[in-house]
Design a protein around this ligand. Structure first.
Ligand SMILES: [Zn+2]
Length: 371
């Protein structure tokens, strides 16, 4: 089960919390309240440890948010759109809707993250020094926050894409060679190297009896996926840049009624006519669009009871493109809107539909033909 909750909105950016974040939040609170603080100073009431643990743990994640906000606000300033920031089990991630346009922009945007963490680290260390004569608990908590922020800053500076340091490396190679694809490949390979190192080092530590090793394995595994994915995204983008909506769309589409049972749609339309996308109408109005991917989301047993209306992308959520929109822009729109298809609109008429699958099929055909 995957759930995210929107908890705030800062400068037009939605701040979200993923359910997996609760795990790490509780883990932090628990290890601070049950071990770290009790080992650092005595108190008369143990509740105090838990209160301080909770507060410190919240500040840890406020710091992670601060780091992501630094990226996001810089991106916004550079003219990019920031969708949202999500806190999850391995930290935070900002969804920025486009890759930076120049190496300089990418360099600055990547670097502000670790810099903001180091600034926070200095701030907390300063607080810890200043309060030392007055309050041992606050001194210990502030020192801990300083240490965590320094780790966050340092870890993110590792030069593997898609970590901040990897993006800095990519920007430098990009600037030097003028080739974004090559720069991404280099940074992604370093990223995979670091990921393997983390995984092996984590396993090694685990077998030496250190449970924290598993954590490194998890981070390494995540990093490996992200760096492979990041690179293939750039590859895909550059292959799609040369294609227009008219090259990618399918022109064979039909209208179906919105109250048609899914089972009938599959039997009479999909299987018999071998089509994958249908426009849905209600009376004379376009009500939505339904694609094979929408159907596949539901188990077969439910097809007889479900109506097209319940599985389609409704009209108000449909994003249109024009015949000249390029493949990479289409892909980006599909991703940002989280839909599987876009109709192509010319003079108010739907002239075709591009499905996520079309993009891949066209690419595959072109690769096979060596185009
Ligand atoms: Zn960062």
């Amino acid at each position: 089960m995957k759930h995210t909750w929107k908890v705030a909105r800062i400068s037009g950016i939605d701040i979200k919390v993923d359910s997996s974040w609760l795990v790490i939040f509780l883990l932090f609170t628990f290890s601070l309240s049950a071990f770290y603080f009790p080992q650092s100073f005595p108190v008369s009431n143990r509740m105090y440890y838990w209160l301080l643990g909770l507060l410190t743990s919240l500040l840890v994640f406020a710091s992670v948010l601060f780091h992501e906000l630094a990226h996001s606000l810089t991106a916004k300033k550079q003219g990019e759109k920031v969708e949202d920031i999500t806190l999850f089990i391995l930290g935070g991630v900002a969804r920025i809707s486009d890759e930076p346009g120049t190496p300089q922009k990418e360099f600055v945007m990547a670097l502000v993250g670790p810099v903001s963490s180091f600034v926070l680290a200095l701030f907390f260390i300063l607080v810890s020094v200043l309060v030392a004569p007055f309050s041992k608990p606050i001194q210990v908590a502030a020192a801990y926050l300083g240490y965590i922020n320094a780790i966050v800053g340092g870890f993110n500076l590792l030069p593997g894409f898609p970590m901040d340091g990897g993006r800095v490396l990519r920007a430098i190679v990009w600037k030097a060679t003028g080739d974004l694809k090559r720069a991404t490949r280099v940074a992604s390979q370093v990223g995979q190297g670091i990921a393997f190192f983390l995984i092996f080092f984590g396993i090694f530590r685990f077998f030496r009896g250190n449970l924290g090793g598993l954590w490194l394995v998890l981070i390494g595994w995540f990093l490996h996926n992200a760096s492979v994915q990041g690179y293939s995204q750039v590859l895909l983008k550059s292959s799609l840049e040369g294609l227009k909506a008219t090259d990618l769309m399918s022109k064979d589409f039909q209208f179906v009624e919105s109250d048609l049972p899914l089972e009938v749609l599959v039997q009479d339309y999909v299987l018999r006519q071998r089509e994958r996308v249908f426009l849905v109408k209600e009376g004379e109005k376009l009500a939505g669009i339904v694609c094979l991917e929408d159907i596949k989301k539901y188990p077969r047993e439910r097809w007889p009871e479900l109506r097209v209306r319940e599985v389609m992308t409704p009209a108000e959520k449909i994003i249109y493109v024009t015949p000249g929109t390029t493949g990479d822009q289409i892909l980006q729109r599909l991703a940002t809107a989280n839909v599987n298809q876009v109709p192509v609109l010319e003079d108010g008429q739907v002239i075709g539909i591009v499905c996520r699958n079309n993009l891949l099929q066209v690419l595959q055909l072109r690769t096979e033909l060596g185009i």
